[in-house]
Design a binder for this molecule. Structure first.
Ligand SMILES: Cc1ncc(COP(=O)(O)O)c(C=O)c1O
Length: 401
């Protein structure tokens, strides 16, 4: 087992606390909190602040840090408030016509449903597609069959695309069952059909690099695997897709916005061609300062190392599950999903035929042991990251037993 790529003391974690819920919220590293304090100091003393360095330069740094983690280009990154705001911006900026439709997997996190559903008023339909036999969501989510390695979710999505489909929107990693969709395969099937692929990436960002080839947009908040604060996220768009979007319109999204010799009231300007054209206006500099530092820490550790580390820990956890009668069949279900690279950083243990109370009892027992996990829609979620180690897995198995 390799050393964790992120040292535990980067974070202010109490010694006995085991936090396996970055799928809800990641801890913010101490150095990132310090960066936020420095920014607040500047807010208290604006005469020490410099427009080029702090108002233009800081967002630039965050865009570059985001691009490094995505293996993309900083010019394609826009700063946003959250996953919701990025998705909502795309949904409302895309030139839909009445009769168009948006297709999504059944049971997306609602941040990736409501922005599209709100287009109903413009005659645009939102259609959800079950990804496997027995897959259920909504009021019936707790009765859903769990995903298995032999399921072919991408095939079901492909079969669902029709002549009215303009956008396919998916989570890269699903929030409840932890399944990672094959973005390359989805991009390929969208390409030939004139369908744009939009990805809610928050449950995978910070623990791996998405394959953005053929993706139109990748949206994430910063507060989970990216280890940033709530209220600061980013959006990556492919240049050709970005050009189709109608900018919301902000004074920071046009050429020459900071050349004070030119009157700002001169409105004879072009939208900037890069990601700034989609940004909503003045920046959350506090959030940007904190997220910028978190991205730098993740970039230094390296996405490939973090991804390999998380995968190795998951392998240990799944192997240990075999000996635990409380989770019958889960090692057999999860192992082939894991082996075929179909899991993101969340290992989601399904309740099987047990009552939901079983999961909540386990969760409460974990909390008593200072193990903090989460339960969603039939699964106990264990999210591993770059600071966890093999001793953490032993402790999880002792608890799960
Ligand atoms: C897949 C997914 N998308 C989005 C979100 C959250 O969106 P936002 O960044 O708007 O809070 C979550 C969880 O909170 C999620 O699991």
């Amino acid at each position: 087992m390799s050393n964790p790529p992120l040292a535990r003391d980067l974070f202010d974690l109490p010694p006995d606390l085991l936090w396996v819920m970055h799928c809800a919220e990641g801890p913010v590293p101490r150095a990132a909190i310090e960066a936020g304090r420095r920014m607040l100091d500047l807010e208290a003393h604006p005469w020490d602040s410099d427009f080029t360095r702090d108002v233009v330069g800081l967002p630039d740094r965050v865009r570059r840090g985001a691009a490094r983690l995505l293996d993309g280009d900083a010019a394609d990154v826009s700063l946003t408030q959250s996953t919701s705001s990025g998705l909502s911006m795309i949904a409302h900026a895309f030139p839909f016509q009445p009769g168009d439709e948006v297709v999504a997997p059944l049971g997306e996190f609602p941040a990736n449903a409501w922005p599209w559903k709100s287009l109903q008023a413009r005659g645009v339909a939102f259609r959800e597609v079950p990804l496997w036999q027995g897959h259920q969501a909504g009021a019936a989510a707790w009765e859903s069959a769990p995903v298995r390695a032999e399921d072919r979710p991408e095939d079901r999505l492909e079969a669902a695309l029709g002549p009215a489909t303009r956008v396919l929107t998916v989570s890269w990693v699903r929030f409840q069952d932890g399944l990672a969709l094959d973005l390359a395969r989805l991009a390929e099937m969208c390409a030939g059909r004139g369908v744009f692929l939009v990805v809610d990436g928050i449950q995978g960002a910070g623990t791996g690099t998405p394959d953005l080839r053929g993706v139109s947009a990748f949206v994430t908040g910063g507060h989970k695997g990216l280890l940033g604060p709530a209220g600061q996220g980013f959006l990556w768009t492919a240049p050709g897709f970005r050009e189709r979007l109608v900018p919301a319109g902000s004074w920071l999204s046009v050429e020459d916005f900071s050349r004070w010799a030119r009157p700002g009231t001169d409105l004879d300007r072009q939208w900037l061609p890069d990601g700034r054209r989609l940004e909503p206006g003045n920046y959350n500099l506090l959030g940007a300062a904190v997220l910028g530092e978190s991205l730098a820490i993740l970039g230094q550790a390296g996405m490939a190392r973090i991804a390999a580390h998380v995968r190795a820990l998951q392998g240990l956890l799944i192997a240990g599950l075999r000996d635990l009668p409380a989770w019958p069949g889960e090692a057999d279900r999860l192992e082939p999903l894991w082996a075929s690279g179909r899991l993101g950083p969340i290992l989601s243990l399904h309740k099987g035929s047990k009552d939901p109370a079983f999961l909540f009892d386990r969760l409460a027992d974990g909390t008593r042991r200072s193990i903090h996990a989460s339960v969603r829609e039939g699964y106990l979620r264990i999210a591993l990251h770059g600071w966890h180690d093999a001793a953490d897995v032993d402790r999880l198995l002792e608890w799960l037993a």
